[in-house]
Design a protein around this ligand. Structure first.
Ligand code: F6R
Length: 365
């Protein structure tokens, strides 16, 4: 039940410290500095033989897969490709016996994702499911996989299942990384960082008043642009999808540097840009993009790392997240974006848990 929360979506956003603890539970081996994912049903030899990974899903799960590509390639250097499930099934994606496919799906019933899995298996590609619903069709038909254990998600907009899918992507990155070049000391350090994430999310969740005020200030925007780099580019896409889905404001997510290649033509006073600009190797690059938007009188909302207060010289609307390694950043930066879309939708009087024209599980093509 919703309990004290006015909407399931808000309740589920607040569940994230716990749902992420559940996603990690029993899966971190401190002794070996690695992840244990027994449901993959693969021996270390078989895992070592994987030289290419394909990740498929739809909507939010597709965005989690995009973060997965970044995390797996960063940690394990195994070439990883993301294919939207609906496209995978109608293409002939190169794959061989050393390719491993994962399909990501909260419901485990999305028809395009299911069809992508069936097509892969028909071709003899091993396909594993990253699923929330226990006993769902994808869970039953796949060659194995990993439940995200996020618990029931009632709000149509996916929130806690996104972060849990990203968590599993990170565990996969760690597992493959440890099979290749990461040391056990690297792995142990990663475990410390992973275990710190739930409390960091809890601290972001204490800032709802600030995020609500920012949402209300921009609730009448004509549209919104979301910008990020590296693993925060998919977070920008996810922030835009949430905004569209529940507040009906047109929004799109872009790599920050694409601004000059066309997007900047949209910048104007009633078109805010949301920058995901944590303190990382590309922080200064994001700041120059922010300045380009401000110079064209576009309002800017920033998600950045605690301590980066210089952004307050550029805009009033700064939201802080705790520091973390850049490969984990999406787990923190997406939280303010979920809340931003939530409070925008509430301010606009939208039906947050049941947005128009959408179903929780899409079982038709
Ligand atoms: C967005 C959303 C959808 C789903 C998509 C895939 O908030 O909920 O984009 O992510 O329909 O659904 P699953 O994960 O059930 O396959």
């Amino acid at each position: 039940e919703k309990g004290a929360f006015p909407h399931y979506m808000l309740k589920e956003i607040f569940e994230q410290p716990n749902s992420l603890r559940n996603a990690m539970r029993g899966r971190l081996s401190r002794d070996d500095g690695t992840a244990i994912l027994g449901g993959l049903n693969m021996t270390p030899q078989e895992l070592r033989g994987v030289d290419r990974i394909i990740l498929s899903g739809c909507g939010t799960a597709f965005h989690a897969a995009m973060v997965g590509e970044y995390v797996i390639e960063t940690l394990a250097r195994v070439p990883t490709e993301v294919e939207i499930a609906s496209e995978f099934r109608y293409r002939n994606v190169p794959a061989d016996k050393n390719t491993l496919q994962f399909v990501l799906s909260q419901s485990g019933e999305t028809i395009d994702t299911l069809a992508a899995m069936r097509e892969a298996r028909r071709k003899g590609i091993k396909c594993l499911g990253i699923v929330n619903s226990v006993g769902s069709t994808i869970a039953r038909e796949s060659d194995g996989g990993c439940y995200i254990h996020a618990g029931p998600e009632i709000g149509v907009a996916a929130t806690k299942t996104f972060t849990s899918q990203v968590m599993i992507m990170t565990l996969l990155g760690m597992l493959f990384g440890r099979i290749h070049h990461l040391s056990s000391a690297d792995g142990m350090e990663m475990i410390d960082e992973l275990e710190a994430i739930p409390d960091k999310i809890a601290s972001i969740l204490t800032q709802t008043d600030r995020i609500k005020a920012i949402a209300e200030k921009h609730a009448n925007a004509e549209g919104m642009l979301f910008m990020g780099r590296q693993a925060n580019y998919p977070v920008a896409m996810e922030g835009a999808l949430k905004m569209k889905e529940i507040s009906y404001i047109y929004a799109s997510g872009h790599p920050s540097a694409e601004l000059k290649h066309g997007v900047i033509a949209l910048v104007k006073p009633d078109m805010p840009s949301v920058f995901i600009a944590p303190d990382d190797a590309v922080f200064d690059k994001n700041v120059s993009n922010i300045e380009e938007v401000l110079a064209r009188k576009g309002p800017v909302i920033c998600v950045t790392t605690e301590g980066r207060t210089e952004l307050e010289r550029l805009t009033d609307d700064v939201i802080y997240v705790p520091d973390c390694p850049s490969y984990l950043s999406p787990l923190l930066t997406v939280i303010p974006l979920q809340l931003l879309s939530y409070y925008t939708a509430v301010a606009r009087g939208c039906d947050v848990d049941k947005p128009r024209n959408l179903a929780k599980s899409v079982t038709v093509e």
